[in-house]
Ligand binder design. Sequence first.
Ligand code: GLP
Length: 243
Amino acid sequence: MQVIIAKDYEEASRLGADIIEKIVREKPDCTLGLATGSSPVGMYQELARRCKDEGLDFSKVSSVNLDEYVGLEPTHDQSYRYFMDDNLFNHINIDKAKTYVAKGIGDVDANLKEFNAMLDKTDIDVQVLGVGPDGHLGFNEPCETLYDGAHKETLDESTIDANMRFFASRDDVPRYAVTMGMGNIMRAKKLLMIVAGNKQDAMKKLLISDRIDPKCPCTFMRMHRDAVVILEKKLADEIGYKG
Ligand code: GLP
């Protein structure tokens, strides 16, 4: 696992964008695995700038997203489909018909069947990841056992607390989500995690301990052959990580 310490969030976002840009230039019809959350927003803005100013071409790129809340219409401003359109897809020349975000409304089992079928026929060239304060990846919450494929998760109370900042009240935060499983994530050719915010506990377990712990799903990144973690120097200093 490669760990890059960036001087600040802007640098982390630029370095993340460099990795995505290289893949898109080398393989114009690549598949990007994408993530929501505030951590990758700066990288998405930088990719949008490079598309507009530097001709970075997404016209042949496909994408698949990690997860979606159960119960939110795609037009809801906190749905992950809305997030992706608003933060990335509306600002680059990607064909939205080639972007996949799992459905959050309707029959959950049918939605998961479709999501798993989509994942089974897709090779993800790079999977972008954030991390929850409890170490979750996508919405794979800490547990005794983790899932291989896409499935429904009940959100942890700490995840509801962390995500309530985006909703009018805590009661408005959905209790369930559909998410890629850990197997889907680990099968991506490359993993790219951008870490921002209060993730000290998860980062201690990922970077300082050498345990693979299902109670901190991000630690599974250590087993991937081509995983990159980009974190800010401030966070590295806070947990005493020197590289
Ligand atoms: C949500 C998403 C995760 C994301 C996490 C962290 O829970 N399902 O994929 O990593 O938020 O978000 P942030 O980057 O805002 O801290």
